[in-house]
Each structure stands twice: as structure tokens, then as C-alpha cells.
Design a protein around this ligand. Sequence first.
Ligand SMILES: Cc1cc2nc3c(=O)[nH]c(=O)nc-3n(C[C@H](O)[C@H](O)[C@H](O)COP(=O)(O)O)c2cc1C
Length: 330
Amino acid sequence: MNLSVRYLGLDLPNPLIAGASPMSDHIDTVRRLEDAGAAAIVLRSLFEEQILREQVSAFEHSESHSESFAEALTYFPQPQTFLFGPDEYLEHLRRVKVAVDIPVIASLNGATPGGWLNYPPLIEAAGADALELNLYRLAFDHYLSGQEIEREAVDVVKEVRRAVRIPLSVKLSPFYSSLAQFAGQLDRAGADGLVLFNRFYQPDIDPETLELNRSLYLSDHRELPLRLRWLGALSGQLRASLAVSGGVHNGRDAIKSVMAGAHAVQMVSTLLQHGPERLGAILGEMKDWMAQFEWESLETMRGNMSLKRCPDPAAYERANYVQMLQGWRE
Ligand SMILES: Cc1cc2nc3c(=O)[nH]c(=O)nc-3n(C[C@H](O)[C@H](O)[C@H](O)COP(=O)(O)O)c2cc1C
């Protein structure tokens, strides 16, 4: 049975990747993930604002900086909130690289062109096997169009692409006006992979205390169908490889993701809940399932449930939608 895959141009023995999270913070946990069979690991993200803040304070020592530039950082958590500052991040990356043999993917979270973009070459120099760029951005400006937001994001991807030679993946949210077209733009801008999707941690409102409730909820299976749908829509349409992130909790979820078109399967919540060894159990579940249903390889399975089988995917989706609504009976 062959579980090997090619993701971001990297040959991996299986598709299971430990996604960006605090799991990569400790060398011991990273080794346990490798022992459990993780094909690669994504480090937690370093944020655009962390790099900018460091640049602002370096600048402060020499000249006065613009008020608005500094103000943009006032809501951002203080440096002591982060386990790793920009320099420590590079140091940690070097230590992880020494500790394990599997590919180590660094992660940067940023969405607007700026000074932080001098950082990717440092990540490459520190030994990262690939870079995942998380384009997390909320657009609340009434005058900013979707096109402008997308143009900025594509410019960021182009700039990072020019700056490094290591493979580059882009982690996206599902909230773009025309996701398929945007994915195509990122593909043409040089992204080697797309990660579907970011999760948004919407704060709730506490009406008694008038505070925001910022609890972080881990995912469950219900997050997967959104990913399956978009994997299915993009599968076979792009040069970039595809990874699922969000809602994979067992071997069957991983199989479904591959059938929809995923080359790689990232997991976080289930590993945080059950420990790094859960990854090995999920790999075992995939193998058992493939043996039971007589699948020889993931290569032959990939995309067999994607929308490329349909002559008109949009009409097919719409028909399903109508049928589901009409199927409900009191
Ligand atoms: C505690 C925690 C920390 C995370 N940190 C990051 C991060 O630094 N960068 C990032 O791109 N995603 C981060 N994520 C998101 C995960 O990588 C992943 O996309 C998300 O949890 C969905 O996958 P899951 O359903 O397997 O958990 C984090 C998630 C959790 C739960």
C-alpha cells in the first residue's frame, strides 16, 4: 500500500502534517510527532506586527517614527505575550531542524505589503524546508474593495516568492468574493500550495460584563465539509498542491480530504486534544480503511470525488442545495 504524496514539491511518505500550533514549541513534542509518523510539521506563526514592532523600536532609537505607524500596533499584544520574538523564532527553527529529519515548514502571518517582508529570506537561511504564509485579514474599511484586498495579498505572495527559493504555501480564509479566481491568482503569483482554510476565532459578547469573550474552541468534524467543497472545486485546476486544514479528526476524514483533492492533510485540534500519538493512530486508521476497501495508493484516490467530474459544478452545487432544503419534512 502506497501512502506517499508530493506536497509543495516535497516527497512525503504519507499526507499527515502537524499544522501550525503551539505543538511545535517544544522539541520533545516535535520529536513525538515525528515518531508518530508525521510527514512534516508546521511551526506556529510569527506575525507581521511582531516584526514591525521590532523594526519600530529599532527605528525609535535613531529617529522619530510616524504616529500612525506606531498607533497601528497599539492593539497588538505586548512582546512578552509571545513565546518567540522574531530572533527567537529563527533560533527555534534552527533547533527544530537539528532535532528531527522530517521537513519543517515555517509560518508567517501577514497580509499587507511592508517592511516585514524582509523576513522570509531569514527564515530560508535558518533552514526552513518551506514557508507557509497565513493571509489572515479582516476588511472593515467601507472604502476598500475586494479587488484591492486581493491585489495586496497577491503582491505579498509575489514579493515573498521573489525573496525565497524554498516552496511557498498560502493559508487562506474561505471569505473571498470569488475564491476560485483568487486561488488562481495566487497560483499564478507563484504559490506552490494552498492550505484550506484558516479558522476564525470570532469573539463572543458578554452582555452582562460588556466584555468580549475570547475563548478558543477547538474544531470538530462539522468544519470539514466546507473544506471538502473547496478542495473539490480547486482539485485539478491549479499547478499548486492543496492541503486541508480544519475539521480532520480521524482516518476517514483524512481519506475524504484526499478524495476531494488534498495532497496533504494538516491536523491540530485532534492532536492538541489527544496528544501527538493520535497522528499515528489516524495513519493506522487510513491504512486499515484502504486495506478494507482495496485501495492501493492515495495517488489513484486523489480527487476521485472532486467537482471536476461535473460538467457544470455550480449547477450541481445549486441543485444539491435546493434538494436539501426541499428534503426537510416537519
Ligand atoms: C491553539 C492554536 C494555535 C494556532 N496557532 C496557529 C498559528 O500560529 N498559525 C496558523 O496559521 N494557524 C494556527 N492555528 C490554526 C491551525 O493551524 C489550524 O488551521 C486550525 O486549528 C484548524 O485545524 P484543526 O481543525 O485540525 O484544528 C492554531 C490553532 C490552535 C487551536
